[in-house]
Design a protein around this ligand. Structure first.
Ligand SMILES: Nc1ncnc2c1ncn2[C@@H]1O[C@H](COP(=O)(O)OP(=O)(O)O)[C@@H](O)[C@H]1O
Ligand SMILES: [Mg+2]
Length: 434
């Protein structure tokens, strides 16, 4: 783990060392004239490590390379035994570079979401996605269980880091019981990491595959309600998730939480690149005409997810069709039929979500209200009916289907869509994944 060229511990531990923090993020922290920090650039393909002093001067943020050897740190005409000593020297005796006096006034420390490798321990792999591997781990300080999303080394170039930081930037803004909590990001060395709340139940998709018929209608209904609460919160924060699917909802102690903000955009309309692989099976048909994703395209995907939540045994939506066929048929108005055990009220809601007229789909808030009402009704019905009639066992379908439920997902062969579970990419290839 880590780059071949090791980052000296004494540098990594400096409070104002921000590791591979990207320029746009650094510039936001450098607010006043004289604010400064130290950053690095790792070019993994050529194993090159560079350090920089970033400082806001009157005309803007400047970056100067610090040449670092095992025994020396050097910038312009100044040199010292290490970076800390060099910075202290520059503070007391500023240099002038290209006619600008480099005055260092305030060292900018790492923010609350900037963690370090030494803050986390992780070993056991719990998942894999489009550009990384997910592990279970612990926060050293509090012993809290966490999930660590690792950007795989082959994806850890500028583009991969930029994608990872998109996810980190939006996740920092959210705090809601139905959204996976964000602890922070780690950029002080390779591998780059995102640190998240650990969800002990894994993804809803995995749960549906494993527990299948044992999951009651009330539980399924409650899952849809909790997911809708998460989506409503996101939309109210002005953010389109863009990858709503059962695989991206996690469960922790029975609570469903939205996760995987890798494709999420903090804007109300986002034009996507339709030439790239995408999540065809969850994509609203009008997107093929406009290329635009909006809150109501999330609602369409939510409709498909409702279907996933009720399909027993679990299967990928339109599993008998190839992606091209899904695209053609949904554009022509075809919709997934309601699964056998889906209550008619939920079928109605699913149909509304998948309305061809995007502006007729319910808002996330309305959806939340409707799903809350149905879930409450189902719960009250179950308590008023004789208990044996609604035990999980009574709701279970034929148990001989169990083996089918735990069988691996069908392989998708189409080039037009990507499914992280089936297609492990070597390198991050853009934001649209399935
Ligand atoms: N916080 C978490 N707790 C438990 N498991 C997780 C967590 N985050 C991700 N996983 C597991 O890893 C898988 C991939 O994570 P995800 O965030 O969807 O990554 P990707 O963007 O690569 O698809 C999930 O489907 C889930 O099984
Ligand atoms: Mg995912």
């Amino acid at each position: 783990m880590g780059s071949k060229e090791k980052i000296p511990e004494e540098d990594a531990c400096l409070p104002y060392f921000h590791g591979a923090l990207m320029n746009i993020d650094a510039d936001q922290l450098l607010v006043n004239d004289g604010d400064f920090m130290v950053t690095m650039k790792l070019q993994i393909d050529i194993n090159k490590l560079q350090f920089f002093l970033a400082v806001r001067l009157k005309k803007g943020v400047r970056r100067y390379e610090i040449k670092r050897s095992a025994t020396q740190a050097k910038m312009a005409t100044r040199s010292a035994a290490n970076i800390e000593k060099l910075i202290n020297l520059l503070k007391t005796d500023p240099v002038e570079i290209k006619g600008e006096k480099v005055v260092l006034k305030r060292a900018i420390a790492k923010g609350k979401f900037q963690l370090m490798h030494k803050d986390v321990i992780f070993k056991k792999k719990i998942g894999a996605g489009a550009y990384g591997t997910v592990y279970r781990g612990r926060l050293v300080k509090t012993n809290e269980v966490i999930a660590v999303k690792k950007l795989d080394p082959e994806s850890a170039d500028e583009d991969g880091l930029a994608e990872m930081m998109k996810e980190a930037r939006v996740m920092q803004l959210y705090d809601h019981p139905n959204i996976v909590k964000f602890h922070g990001f780690i950029l002080d060395d390779l591998p780059y990491l995102l640190v998240l709340e650990f969800c002990n139940g894994g993804s809803v998709e995995d749960r549906l595959r494993e527990k299948g018929p044992k999951i009651t209608t009330i539980t399924r209904s409650n899952y849809t309600y909790m997911a809708a609460c998460g989506m409503d919160y996101l939309h109210k924060k002005g953010c389109i998730h863009r990858d709503i699917a059962a695989r991206n909802c996690l469960i922790h102690k029975g609570i469903v939480k939205m996760a995987d903000f890798g494709m999420c955009r903090a804007q109300s309309v986002y034009k996507m690149d339709l030439t790239k692989p995408c999540n065809v099976r969850w994509l609203a048909p009008e997107v093929w005409d406009t290329g635009e994703t909006r809150f109501n395209t999330d609602v369409f995907a939510f409709g498909i997810m409702i279907w996933e939540f009720f399909q027993v045994p679990y299967e990928t939506p339109y599993s008998e069709m190839k992606a091209g066929q899904v695209k053609r048929k949904t554009r022509a108005g075809y919709r997934l039929p309601a699964p056998d055990n889906m209550p008619s009220e939920i079928d109605e809601i699913m149909k509304e979500c998948c309305n061809a007229a995007a502006d007729k789909r319910p808002t996330a808030e309305k959806l939340k209200e409707m799903l809350e009402a149905v879930t409450k009704k189902k719960k009250s019905q179950s308590t008023s009916v004789s208990s044996s009639a609604l035990t999980p066992a009574a709701e279970s379908t034929n148990t001989s289907k169990v083996s089918a439920i735990s069988s691996p997902p069908k392989k998708q062969e189409e080039s037009v869509e990507k499914n992280s579970k089936n297609t492990k990419k070597k390198k991050y290839a853009g934001p649209q994944k399935r």
